[in-house]
Design a protein around this ligand. Sequence first.
Ligand code: GLN
Ligand code: ZN
Length: 743
Amino acid sequence: MTNKIVVLGFPRIGEKRELKTALENYWKGNIPLNELESVASELRLKHWIFQRNAGIETVAVNDFSFYDNTLDLMIALGAEPERFRDITNATQRYFTMARGDDTHIAMEMTKWFNTNYHYIVPELGMNFIFGTVCANKILGEYREAKANGFIGAIQLIGPITFLGLSKCSDDVALALFDKLLEQYSNLLDEMVALDENIEIVMHEPFLSTGADAGQLSLVKIAYKRLGTLSQNLSVATYFEHSCEATAVLVHTPIKGLILDFVHGVKNSESLELLGKSDKHVTVGIVDGRNVWKNNLEQSLKTLEHIETYIPKERLSIGTSCSLLHVPYTLKHEENLEVNVQELLAFAQEKLGELSLLGKAFFAHEKIAFPSHPKSTVDEVVQSRLNTLSPNDFKRSHPYAVRQMSACDAFDLPPLPTTTIGSFPQTAEVRALRQEFKKGLISKEIYDEAMKNRIASCVAFQESIDLDVLVHGEFERNDMVEYFGEQLSGFAFSQNGWVQSYGSRCVKPPLLYGDVSRPRAMTVEWSTYAQSLTDRPMKGMLTGPVTILNWSFVRDDQPRSLTATQIALAIRDEVDDLQRAGIKMIQVDEAAFKEGYPLRRENRAEYEKWALNSFLLSTAVADKDTQIHTHMCYSEFTDIIKTIEAMDADVISIETSRSGNRLLRIFKESGYTQEVGPGVYDIHSPRIPSVEEMKNQIHALLEVLPASQLWINPDCGLKTRGWSETEAALKNMVEATKVVRVTL
Ligand code: GLN
Ligand code: ZN
């Protein structure tokens, strides 16, 4: 019997983030390992029961992890880095790889494709030596499911993706490939030895990024071999289509393919080929990485269309990817407005959707689907969108003119010093905000307290002689949430947590409707701060692309259109700020690069609308308003032209860890505007000396002229303590002064 409904994974963190609590308690030494393990088993069992209740016959197994599935896989494959092998206790070794300790630096973590989940990057090199494989965790969970009456489908990251994730060079990948495949084969042998019908799902999202000929030949070799070892092995791809790989995979002995028809609609171009093959096809039709209800009517039509190519006996339906990327349940949401609540489906509700679709499609039950809810339309926003003209995306004066007027207006010394915006968010500041949110203190008291923080922050900046000041962002918990809370079209769940990495969860805003700005959001704080000083005060805003990329975004219209709406709201804020006398305005695009599409061929389109959104939000600035932007990256090679087109008067970037290598990209591209390459790393509490920063500034001057350079830390200071912040900034200003006299 074949499983008709398939789930590629369930959120493991728990309904009330039980796993987070247990993990953190275990790390603190408050609970023993067996208590952590029993929390984990309870969670797994609960999630399997949910799946069975939705009509799923083969439940997802090995989707669970104490930290990260890629890390688990390293252990299974005997691919732990050499440098951790001195730790004899396996559990201790596992968590040390993830988190580091006094003698081991933690392994690198990076984003899982275009999601906000972070995986641990395998450390592979030319002469990497694999240890023995270890299937204990995988088989343990499989047996656990069985003991509870469930048949498990083992979820495992596949070899092509494993190599892709490790970011190793093609040479290394080729050199290690045979051995890696042998490790996978050994692992599979152990699984098949336990049960010859064991179902295995190989996750190969890397194939959705557009595999080249070399990679495709590896796909062929890998799955010819692995597909022979197990009669029940499928390959899953997601986040995009994977047509190139499908064309190869249909000629391998695997049993089936699991394809994303939500984010990879182009997979439909493979339907004919799939139809002619003998493969089983699982249609990923319920969005595993967004929070909105499925349009069941429409999904049923898609399935019926697919059925014209592939007979029903060879079809299943499923989530587009693991449900790891969405919150757990809507059950505990009590504060959402009805019109927002009715748009949503979290992980548990998505299981319900699959179940309904399964009944309608496979069992031909006549189901009257509830009508698909629509987001509310804001006529004012719509009419503004209709009247946009090309001039709205262009500053009124060219950079050269703006620069001259800035020169007169601000009268800054060469190498002006500034910061990126936030100052330390102390426990005390956070407590104040919490009390205010809970209604425990009045707005008057809260405002007064915040103003005190601003005043002392301004006084400090003046005392160390910084040239361009900021108010410190004490009123902000998070650079996106702060704006989302004040804009129409956004809602915030109470429990909409998703795992970001390890025990860390985030609760992204729900961008559900037309976006507008009922009132100014930052003007009061910025003008108050400006009133305290004669030096320029930067207004601080988060850019439209970053707001978009860090939210769950409505899926009933193109993202580009939603970005345009946000841009209009930010534009109004820029205008209000400049009218109120704030003449330097920083529009942060920390997450600009995060929205890059997985496939190269889609990048140009993204760049175009993302750029336009930034331009729309900033082009309202007058000739004498200086626009700054900030980006948290050190990889600009491929986007430097886009950065240039953003036409910001000043851009600050995260270079401190890559020295002036990055700056050369600006020089080589002929970038003319001003750049503030971070001169020290704010991610560490270390206080760089005057000497060190002086050398750093000299190094920058070897690449770009003083007239083009600003001096600043490489990101906001909110995660730092006050004492190190004071010391580091003092040294930074002093180093700048020492260099200035040599100019
Ligand atoms: N202005 C923001 C801050 O200083 C920028 C944060 C960021 O780049 N992530 O906190
Ligand atoms: Zn930053």
